[in-house]
Design a protein. Sequence first.
Length: 461
Amino acid sequence: MTAPGTRAEASAEDTDDLDVEEALALVRDVHREPRDDGPDDGTGRTSGPAAQPPGDRSAERHRATPWPHAREIAARAARSRARRAPVRVPLGDALGLALAAPLDALTDLPSFDTSAMDGWAVAGPGPWQVREEGVLAGHAQPEPLTDGEAVRIATGARIPADTTAVLRSEHGRIDAQGRLHTTREMLHGQDIRPRGQECRSGDQLLPVGTLVTPAVLGLAAAAGYDTVTVVPRPRVEVLVLGDELLTEGLPHDGLIRDALGPMLPPWLRALGADVVAVRRIGDDARALQKAVTRSAADLIVTTGGTASGPVDHVHPVLERVGAELLVDGVKVRPGHPMLLARTKDHQHLVGLPGNPLAAVSGLLTLAEPLLRTLAAHPAPEPYSLPLREAVQGHPHDTRLVPVVLRGDLAVPLHYNGPAMLRGIAAADALAVVRPGGARQGEETELLDLPWATAGIGVCFT
């Protein structure tokens, strides 16, 4: 595979002032131009007198998308045709999903008057004569109280009719004659949770789009739900490309360990996806085309093969299957030769560069916004922190630099080259460094890593 970053940038004309729709139209127009690369031999290579060196095609026709626009395009790509129908799932399977229907109260909460504390239910002014048998939670309606009468009651138990208040255990004393006295002033209705205090049957508890957290599960259960209607997790298939990749042991004889096969599936799960398959294909154009056309996933993620080398088959395969290129290269370092394509009405493909940190860049630039939209998750609130030290920038492209957060500062990490994972493995976030670089102390946008925020969607299994 060709190393990321070798694909030439096309036009000197800049797209920074384009909106998302214009950027989409630009990419589509570029790829409507007739090709003159010569006949295809089925491997992704071209032959005959019209064949050109791989770099020439991108130099003439390719135009990278500015990084912010690429993320917007990815988010918008899944807003209509790509979403799957809502599903009903048991409460235990709903964590991390978004509600596709409002959570309406199925009953009053609480559904009867209950005691808010352990103590005594009392009627009228004291002192009170205490009944022998108490009232426990989960039991039927107790007998009504008469004035001057009290009964022991547990938290959550049904309040007897004609109860004036609940006297807390620590606020009452019983004299030698067995009568109950209060040790402090008591108000009418004190420590009683009246029926419907939290909601009435039919009230909307939570709107569509609410992320199901543990607290949401608790509320749904309290409101009487056994299942909830949610947006299903996006299904993702990962295709690992490259003949040079080893799955075990030390690198040898020009072969290297595959870092993306072990890294991408749990990362995608942390982004809320359901990884349905991980397939190793190698540098085989026919096998790649077969895998793409047969996939039923909502998103296909490929690794490597997105540049213009002799075994970089992603672009030729996408052309043969009639895919619509939405983003073809992004002005970002590392990760420039990433791409986003619509392969079917309800399916997209994100092509990641083969270098590990470049692949992370592609994952957060294109896959994360698309998956977030597919899952109906809200976009994270943007935030920034000052950099503890200056960061050198690219003259024209955004840079994504691993950082750790220390107090109110973002500390850039070393080992941030396209093929390096040592920096990102220790990072809390990626700093979005604008073209030209950032000075020490300059406020810089940060992209949180999913596990660094301890979000409920994080799942590595």
